[in-house]
Write a protein of this length. Structure first.
Lengths: 160, 223
């Protein structure tokens, strides 16, 4: 009869022994009623250690009731969250089109500025006065014809 | 040799079972990670799935450690709230269940520490009346039936030091591997093995003490 100590028996009860150890324990238990009784007690003790709590939907709801009011305080969006958000909806549109739109506005502004600087000083002041409505219509006709010449545009008198 | 017998003899079937178990475990882990990813994107309602899945284990662990079902349910709720609030801290370097057990162990330790200020924790410090109450409970039934009795096992566990109680519950009650226990308790594998050996020896000693006490009482009664 091969000897098995208490520690080895408990490991056998827990399924932790290797093949050789299991065989040794099995042979010993076949021949030793005292160890068999001790082993049965270990198995029973071990199975009694499994504390099972019945699944309860009420428990789940209790937890969720505590969790949900917390949601806004809890969720700190990470960079990845913002990235995900940026792929869809209005945020996605703004993210995709804001840079080209700003570039376009900037280019248009430079173009207008350059065009305005190329005009002679009297035409520029005439334009400003025309816009502000300071002169009568007949006073503006000269300035407009000068302006037409400057831009090389032929404009009939009747159209003015 | 018939193929069936060959398969049994060569333990191919047990190998397949182990493989199936591992696949199941991996699927479970993948499910957990998917839910956690959704939670991080703000889909908080999916937390209910995690609670539903793990409530039995967490409540069971708390009950076995605290020996009070009401307190255990309260503790389990608090544990799930901690999990929810700390979900961003989960780095997936271990299984979610291991992380959950770690939070459970620490939470129950805190409760025991608080309780320790109010009541005696070990057999040595129990009053005579309390000792008699435990022994009376152990006396009612005998042998294997006795150790299967819930009250007996709860009282026996209460007489174990807290560090032994938690490790024996994790290993023998919840079937965690030695590696998982090492991660849960944040200690080495050798420390886990040594502590489990000592915990089992002490558990057997305490249970034997009750059973011997019963035998002595019975023989006295018989004579």
């Amino acid at each position: 009869m091969k000897y098995c100590n208490e520690e080895m028996l408990f490991e056998y009860a827990a399924g932790e022994t290797d093949a050789a150890g299991s065989e040794q324990c099995r042979l010993h238990l076949d021949d030793c009623p005292a160890c068999r009784a001790e082993f049965d007690r270990m198995v029973a003790l071990r199975s009694a250690l499994v504390f099972k709590s019945a699944e309860s939907e009420e428990f789940v709801q209790s937890v969720m009731n505590r969790v949900l009011p917390d949601t806004s305080a809890l969720h700190n969006p990470s960079e990845a969250d913002w990235d995900a958000l940026g792929q869809t909806g209005i945020w996605g549109f703004l993210r995709n089109w804001s840079v080209p739109a700003i570039q376009l506005i900037f280019a248009l502004g430079i173009f207008l500025l350059q065009s305005e600087r190329q005009l002679p000083v009297d035409i520029r002041s005439g334009l400003i006065a025309g816009v502000s409505g300071e002169f009568a219509e007949e006073d503006l006709s000269d300035s407009v014809s000068d302006l037409s010449e400057a831009f090389d545009i032929s404009v009939g008198d009747s159209s003015l | 040799m018939p193929i069936g017998k060959f398969l049994f003899d060569t333990e191919v079937f047990s190998g397949i079972d182990i493989l199936r178990g591992r696949v199941h475990s991996l699927t479970q882990e993948a499910d957990d990670l998917e839910i956690i990813a959704q939670l991080r994107l703000g889909k908080t309602e999916r937390f209910a799935e995690l609670v539903r899945k793990y409530q039995s284990r967490v409540r069971g662990y708390c009950t076995s450690i605290l020996s009070d079902r009401t307190a255990a349910d309260d503790a389990a709720q608090d544990i799930f709230i901690k999990v929810f609030r700390g979900i961003d801290k989960f780095r997936a370097d271990s299984k979610f269940s291991t992380w959950l057990y770690r939070i459970s162990v620490n939470h129950c330790r805190d409760i025991l520490r608080a309780n320790a200020r109010r009541r005696a924790e070990s057999w040595d410090t129990l009053s005579e009346a309390e000792r008699e109450s435990v022994v009376d409970s152990a006396r009612r039934v005998s042998g294997v039936e006795r150790v299967e009795d819930r009250q007996f096992i709860e009282q026996t566990l209460q007489l174990l030091p807290a560090e032994y109680r938690e490790i024996i519950i994790l290993r023998d009650g919840h079937d965690l591997s030695y590696e998982q226990i090492a991660q849960t308790l944040d200690c080495s594998l050798d420390a886990v093995k040594a502590r489990i050996r000592r915990a089992r020896a002490q558990l057997l000693e305490i249970s034997r003490h009750f059973l011997d006490h019963r035998n002595v009482r019975r023989s006295r009664g018989g004579s």
